[in-house]
Design a protein around this ligand. Structure first.
Ligand SMILES: NC(=O)c1ccc[n+]([C@@H]2O[C@H](COP(=O)([O-])OP(=O)(O)OC[C@H]3O[C@@H](n4cnc5c(N)ncnc54)[C@H](OP(=O)(O)O)[C@@H]3O)[C@@H](O)[C@H]2O)c1
Length: 362
């Protein structure tokens, strides 16, 4: 049945509701290429290769068309295998997909861009990526054998303090001209760093990927991005429940610094009212504000759950209630202080309290 006929059969109230729901966009258009970026993507951090291969294949079958990975997640090859299988099984074409990956902290210098991008495309088994982000604004010296950061005997990371964003960006523009990258963007950069790139680039950043969830809503940064037509992608949109174990076990973080966003009373109450889950409410809240979300899950049920976010609308009082959960800087989970000494890099992007550095060092 075509849309016109179906609408005739709906009541006025249903039509009003239908139009309101359609306002929640499934895609955003990137300003310089007009590429359509799905507002829902699959996050893949902490998803090991043996798990992510079937997860991505399942996600694509369910209708996900946007996958977010990074050199540092060590799973690009498995993701590439899943994509290749999905295409060769006749389920869709490369053009149907939006694949994002990121230049790592150990490759953050103009002369290393080719090396990493070539390797990443090989691992992903792709001719191009839809979006390539500079993962973080700072850089570490690279151990050429393992392609991981060099670490001193004190546990401090060896900072490469010569980082030059403009030179890296120019190199990325060259890669884009060659057709290896459709769009270029940034991740974890602050306003000042983005502005500096915009002042000398030919192709401006299309996307900024930052931590963003109800506890850390980044209103100022979002306003800045909107003024410059930079699409914002929210990482950790559910408050990254999986980060807690990782940071506590691997880096000795205090578990109390990870409040449970999915379990917040207000989120649960709103979810119950709509017959939805807390995760669906948190994702809908962001997507309705034109923020792209990339929740990670390796469970098929949660993949389905996280997709079903476009068929309801929060009332303005519910939106205001969720806006009030914002803790500002105190809501930030990813300050990267687990990389010992990173705050001394001249391009470390965040304003942090001395006490936070001390806490992580303990
Ligand atoms: N640019 C950066 O520096 C950066 C940093 C961090 C993350 N990222 C990207 O952003 C993505 C998302 O961030 P994230 O993985 O940290 O956090 P997240 O998406 O907020 O949360 C993922 C965690 O929530 C669980 N989960 C997923 N759906 C759920 C649901 N419906 N109900 C309850 N729990 C659910 C997942 O477990 P299960 O897998 O067991 O379902 C996983 O532990 C990453 O995967 C990565 O692609 C980028």
């Amino acid at each position: 049945m075509n849309l016109g006929i179906r609408v005739q059969l709906l009541s006025r109230a249903q039509i009003r509701c239908y139009h309101r729901i359609c306002r929640i966009m499934k895609h955003v258009s990137l300003s310089q290429t007009n590429d359509l970026m799905p507002t829902l993507g699959l996050g893949t951090w902490q998803a090991p290769p043996d798990v992510i291969e079937s997860t991505v294949y399942n996600a694509l079958n369910l209708g996900y068309r946007h996958i977010d990975t990074a050199f540092n997640y060590n799973n690009e090859e498995a993701i590439g295998t899943a994509i290749k299988k999905w295409i060769s099984d006749g389920k869709g074409t490369r053009k149907d997909l939006f694949v994002t990956t990121k230049l790592p902290h150990v490759g953050n210098r103009a002369e290393d861009v080719d090396k990493f991008l070539t390797l990443q495309l090989k691992r992903l088994q792709l001719d191009y990526v839809d979006l390539y982000l500079i993962h973080v604004p700072f850089a570490f010296h690279c151990d050429d054998q393992t392609l991981t950061p060099k670490v001193k005997s004190t546990g401090e990371y060896e900072l490469d303090t010569e980082t030059n964003h403009i030179m890296i960006w120019k190199k990325l523009e060259e890669c884009q001209e060659k057709g290896l990258i459709r769009n270029i963007g940034l991740s974890n950069f602050n306003e000042k760093q983005i502005t500096k790139i915009m002042q000398s680039c030919n192709f401006k950043p299309q996307v900024l990927q930052v931590e963003l969830h109800a506890y850390f809503q980044q209103q100022d940064l979002r306003k800045f991005c909107s003024d410059y037509e930079i699409v914002v992608t929210a990482y950790a949109p559910l408050g990254s429940p999986g980060a807690k174990d990782h940071f506590v076990n691997k880096y000795n973080y205090n578990p109390d610094t990870f409040p449970d966003l999915l379990g917040h009373k207000d989120v649960k109450e709103i979810a119950e009212k709509h017959g939805k889950t807390p995760a669906q409410v948190l994702l809908n809240f962001l997507v309705a504000q034109r923020v792209v979300v990339i929740p990670k899950s390796t469970s098929v049920n949660r993949l389905k759950e996280n997709m079903s976010i476009y068929d309801f609308e929060l009332s303005s009082s519910e939106v205001n209630r969720l806006k009030k959960l914002d803790k500002g800087e105190d809501g930030r989970i990813f300050n990267f202080l687990f990389w010992k000494g990173v705050e001394n890099h001249p391009e470390y992007p965040f304003k942090i309290q001395k006490v936070e550095v001390e806490q992580v060092k303990q």
